[in-house]
Design a protein around this ligand. Structure first.
Ligand code: MN
Length: 132
């Protein structure tokens, strides 16, 4: 069953990308996979996803540089971003949050928590769209 929602998943590690794709596909979300940070901004403008799941450590361009760029651009700033990273030191998490994502989860994550967060972020972007 399709939800009509598209989620851009930015993840360079194959096993993690496959897990994200399986989980989201199973819930009826269309997934656009991206494995190189330098391709994200073009892909977001092309696909207009409803949500972006964003790894931080990436080839090409870091999530710490991509997130602020998306949050400044008028065409992309309303798209919610869920940052995911294996960095768990407090200073790393603070740096990631300062880059401007809507939410953050550490890897590995609890699957139910991840899907709940995805649903919450999609619901919040729906309410923003309705308000506009
Ligand atoms: Mn990575």
């Amino acid at each position: 069953m399709s939800t009509g929602k598209t989620i851009l998943v930015v993840e360079d590690r194959n096993s993690s990308l496959k897990l994200f794709q399986d989980l989201l596909d199973n819930k009826g979300y269309a997934v656009v996979p991206i494995t190189d940070g330098s391709l994200v901004e073009d892909a977001v403008l092309r696909h207009r996803p409803d949500l972006i799941v964003m790894d931080i450590q990436l080839p090409g361009k870091s999530g710490l540089d991509i997130i602020p760029a998306l949050k400044i651009h008028p065409d992309t700033r309303s798209i919610p971003i869920l940052a995911v990273s294996a960095f768990t030191m407090e200073s790393d998490v603070a740096r990631i949050m300062a880059s401007g994502p809507d939410a953050f989860m550490t890897k590995p994550f609890n699957i139910l928590d991840f899907l709940k967060k995805v649903a919450e972020l999609l619901a919040s972007s729906d309410s923003v769209k309705k308000a506009v």
